[in-house]
Design a protein around this ligand. Structure first.
Ligand code: ASP
Length: 330
């Protein structure tokens, strides 16, 4: 996945953010009056995704529509590891995970979904049209087809094919730090997006091809409500990226929202959960990346990561920034 970040650097930053080095921003926390509406999303790919979400929010649309439209941009980008352009599992097959949650605890997700371009939209259909929260594998695909989604060819992108061939030589999986920003083939590629609309309602989405060269059948945190994403419209919203297993074991996004409920700011809540993961992982924390981003009901936002190098995109009426998050390790 050598090229997927370059298109962002080249063209997507149309505002102030394009003029400023990513590394120079400190996390800002804004008052509600000046921050509504607001959208946050993970990694550099969030810049282009926020742009699409912002069009919905700016025109008075719902946060739910914004977070779906926003991450669809990344899912459709073949040079991006979110969606069908992503790295495959060990068998050479791309499997996708996604979930979505609205302002009334409605939620839906899909896991291990193959050959469907927009898993986030299937997740939304699961939320709206079934009595369930999560559909997986062939059942998820069958449901997608019944809803009018079409099967895409089972073919790796050129970048993914090259990365897979390289991986096959050793066939080992070793998570690496900050790979997203280094173009390494061992990817943690997820876009998580959380937004508040003009009515003050929150929603979130999360979509990924998951860890590159994962075991067949492996599902990460991204499609799991409470782990990769959580929204409580009275409190706030949070989404996660990074080593999914370590997000699941602490019910990460839900725990961040609970910390905000108990009075912590978004950044402090994200930091608290990162510290918990580090204390659980002990020395092993040095070799993993996890990051959370969060918005509170009063319009503040923040983020925190284990390792430096995690960036997130923020768009408000006043700002359009790619911000480098603070991290546990310097
Ligand atoms: N959290 C995702 C997973 O574990 C990976 C990522 O964030 O890139 O599947």
């Amino acid at each position: 996945m050598l090229h997927r970040r370059k298109f962002i650097r080249a063209g997507a930053l149309s505002s102030l953010a394009s003029l400023l080095p990513v590394a120079s921003f400190a996390i800002k926390e804004k008052a509600a009056s000046s921050a509504l509406p607001i959208v946050l999303s993970t990694w550099d790919i969030g810049v282009a995704a926020n742009k699409a979400a912002w069009e919905v929010l700016q025109s008075g649309g719902k946060a739910l529509d914004a977070v779906e439209k926003g991450v669809m941009v990344s899912e459709a980008e073949i040079s991006c590891c979110v969606g069908l352009g992503g790295n495959p599992d060990r068998e050479g097959i791309v499997t996708l995970d996604a979930c979505i949650m609205d302002d009334a605890f409605n939620c839906g997700g899909v896991a291990a979904l193959e050959q469907i371009k927009h898993p986030i939209s299937v997740a939304r259909k699961v939320m709206e049209k079934t009595p369930h929260v999560l559909l997986v594998g062939t059942g998820a695909q069958q449901f997608a087809l019944s809803e009018g989604f079409t099967l895409e060819p089972q073919k790796l992108s050129d970048d993914a094919q090259k990365a897979y061939e390289k991986w096959l030589k050793k066939s080992q999986y070793q998570p690496k730090i900050n790979i997203e920003n280094k173009g390494n083939e061992f990817d943690h590629d997820t876009i998580g997006m959380i937004a508040m609309d003009k009515h003050g309602n929150l929603s979130g989405s999360c979509t990924t091809s998951g860890l590159g060269f994962k075991m067949r059948g492996r599902v990460g945190d991204s499609p799991i409500i409470g782990a990769g994403l959580y929204v409580d419209n009275e409190v706030g919203a949070c989404t996660a990226t990074g080593q999914g297993e370590d997000v699941i074991r602490v019910a990460g996004s839900s725990a961040v929202v609970e910390a905000m409920r108990n009075g912590l700011s978004p950044e402090a809540a994200c930091k608290k959960m990162i510290e918990r993961i580090v204390s659980i992982k002990k020395d092993k924390a040095k070799s993993i990346q996890v990051a959370f981003i969060a918005i509170s009901k009063d319009g503040q936002y923040g983020a925190y990561a284990i390792q430096p190098g995690f960036s997130f995109a923020v768009t408000t009426p006043q700002t359009n920034l790619l911000i480098k998050a603070k991290s546990y390790y310097p």
